[in-house]
Design a protein around this ligand. Sequence first.
Ligand code: SF4
Length: 191
Amino acid sequence: MAVREPASEKASAIVELPDNVVVGRLDEMVSWCRKNSLWPMPFATACCGIELMATGASRHDIARFGAEVFRFSPRQCDLMIVAGRVVMKMLPVLQRIWQQMPEPKWCVSMGACASTGGVFDTYSVVQGIDRFLPVDIYVPGCPPRPEQLIQAITDLQEKIQREGTIFGREFDAPSRQEPKRALQRRGRGAS
Ligand code: SF4
C-alpha cells in the first residue's frame, strides 16, 4: 500500500534542487546560447566600416558582449553587419553572402546609408537594404559611434532571448518574408 507524504514534504521536494542545477524551457536555454555567441560577418563598404573596426578594437572591445569572433567565411557567421552604402552592383554579392550564412541568422543595418541610402539618393545606390534582406536592428547616424553598435548588439541579444525558439518559428513572421521574396525574385533574374 502506498504511503502518502505530507503536503509540505511534497512541496519542498519539488523546489529543492541540487546546487548548480537550473530548470528552464528549452527555447529559453537555446536562445541564451545563441545570443551570447554571435559571430559577425562584416560587410563594410564605406566609412561606417571604420567605426565597425573601432568597435572591435581595445577601447570599445565588442568581445565583452560575446560577439568578437568576426569571420570572413559566411558559413561560420550568424550576424550580418552591413556598414556603409550598398550599390546595386554589390547587391548580388551581399545577397550571396547572406544566403551562404546558416540559419538562424540576424542582420544589423549600420548607418544612414545602409538603412536608407543616406545622402546618396540616386539610382545606383540601394535605398535601404531592408528591401532585400530582413533587417533586425537599424543603427542611425552618419557614421554611428561604436557605442551605438554595441547598443544595437545588446538590443539584438534581448530580442533573441525574448522571441527565440529552437525551431526558429520567429523567422516565419510576415515582415521577414517580403525581403526573402525579393531575394528569390532577384535570384530568378526578375528584380
Ligand atoms: S552613413 Fe555616413 S559614415 Fe556611414 S557609409 Fe554613409 S556616408 Fe559614410
